[in-house]
Design a protein around this ligand. Structure first.
Ligand code: FES
Length: 124
């Protein structure tokens, strides 16, 4: 997962989209956003800010209704959990990892890379 504090250049402005302010994450651990029709979650996980898809890869539950503990997001429907670092699903599940998106912090905002997502294969 790429979380950079490097400034975003003018050339990057079409690639990176501001999705919320850092202040909003200070008061709300999970923020929902939609970019190009894709539902995403922006999550404050301790000192880190991460972004992932909003829909659970299992049966499409809304992960914004789940909870985050110890670097994992827990699905509210069947309780699978996904690493916010790798996307890997918890043991016992045979579903793909959670897609995550590159994040940058700049100008007091959280920016998401719209042209790349990460999706590591494998399970824990
Ligand atoms: S819908 Fe998320 S674990 Fe089943």
């Amino acid at each position: 997962m790429n979380m950079s504090a490097a400034p975003i250049s003018v050339d990057d402005r079409e690639r990176w989209v501001a999705v919320c302010t850092r202040d909003k994450l200070a008061t709300q651990q999970i923020v929902c956003a939609t970019i190009a029709g894709v539902g995403m979650l922006i999550i404050q996980d301790g000192e880190k800010v991460v972004a992932c898809e909003r829909v659970c890869p299992h049966e499409q539950a809304d992960l914004s209704r789940g909870n985050v503990t110890d670097g994992r997001i827990h699905c509210p429907h069947h309780r699978a959990s996904f690493s916010l670092t790798t996307g890997h699903v918890s043991a016992g599940w045979s579903i793909r990892p959670l897609r995550r998106f590159h994040v940058r912090l700049d100008e007091g905002k959280v920016w998401i890379d719209t042209q790349a997502s990460t999706c590591d294969e494998g399970r824990e």
